[in-house]
Every structure is written in C-alpha cells, then in structure tokens.
Design a protein around this ligand. Sequence first.
Ligand code: DGL
Length: 198
Amino acid sequence: MDDRPIGVFDSGVGGLTVVNALSIALPNESICYVGDTARVPYGNKSTQRIQQYSHEIAEWLMKKNCKMIVVACNTVSSLAMDYLQSHFPLPVIGVIQPGVNYAIQITKNNKLGVIGTQATIQSNAYVKALHAIMPNINVISKACPLFVPLVEEGLVEGEIPLSIADFYLKDIQSSDIDTVILGCTHYPLLKRIIGAVL
Ligand code: DGL
C-alpha cells in the first residue's frame, strides 16, 4: 500500500467537510489539509489569482510528499482544474463532477438549481458538466456572495441569514426544480436556512 498522504485544500476551513467524508470512506488513508484562511474568500477573485493561489498550495502539498490532491474548493474546482492537472504530475480531483453525478441521480423532474460563489457561477462549470451528461436538463444558477461572510461570522441561524437567503433564492423558489446543488464548501452550514426558504 502507498502510505503517502492525500493532499486536500480549500480556501478556508469549509473543506473540512470534505476531509470528514474522505476519512469515513477511506479510514486507512492519512490526509494533509490546507485551508487558506489568510486569503479567503476566493469566490470574488480573478481566475489568474485563483490559479496562482492553487499553484502555491499544490506545490506545498507536493513537498509534503502527497500522492494525489483533492480540491475541496468549488471555486478552484471550477476555474483551475485544467491548470492544476496540466502543471502537476500527480492526480488532481475536484468536487464538481461528483456533485453533478449525484444530483443527476436523484432529480426526478430533471430541473436543478446550482448555487455558489460569483466565480463558480460565472464560470458555468456546473452547467457545462450537467449538460455534458444530460443535454436537456433544466438548470437555474445563482451566485450568493453574502453566504460565505455569513458563515465566517457564524450567522447561520435567525432572521439575517433567512432574509438574505430569501433574497437570493427567489427565482429558484418560484421554479419547479426538485434538487439544489450547494456548490460551495460553506453552504452546507446554511443548509437548514436554505431548506427553509426552498
Ligand atoms: N471554498 C469556496 C468554495 O467552495 C468558498 C469560499 C470562498 O469564496 O473562498 O467555492
């Protein structure tokens, strides 16, 4: 067995949800995690800046002798996967495809919502990946830039997150989509509020 660690990174601590899932699925693997809390958020930065930060972190993980890299961050997965895969000689896996595969598996009416950071939604990465599997699937995308600072502030319950979620999710609310992809590591922490609005 190759006992070198799996490198995992995110723009902050949100990616620890991915670490948790990985350690349940692969209990014998060791994991080396980087959360770039000094430079979070990535979701409002340019593609070039996101690629530069990802490059620096991937280099550091390689120096730690990681055998592969899991990009837990949706923003990096949307904008820097091709970049990382072409610059580093080890397997690099993102979170877009697994989310898309699962959403397609569970939707009953083929109408999906995707929410994420500005950069993720603008990149169209989720819509492209969904259409690559199911060309006539219906997708409504919405950037929710205030969700990350809300989570960073610990404001995940109560009137403030509820009214912000209500503001962002109006279009999704009035549509007949049956599944929403939480396309950002922070959003699972707002799952109850998002669920209440939708
Ligand atoms: N980790 C980012 C993501 O999953 C969210 C936070 C950020 O904007 O950096 O897209």
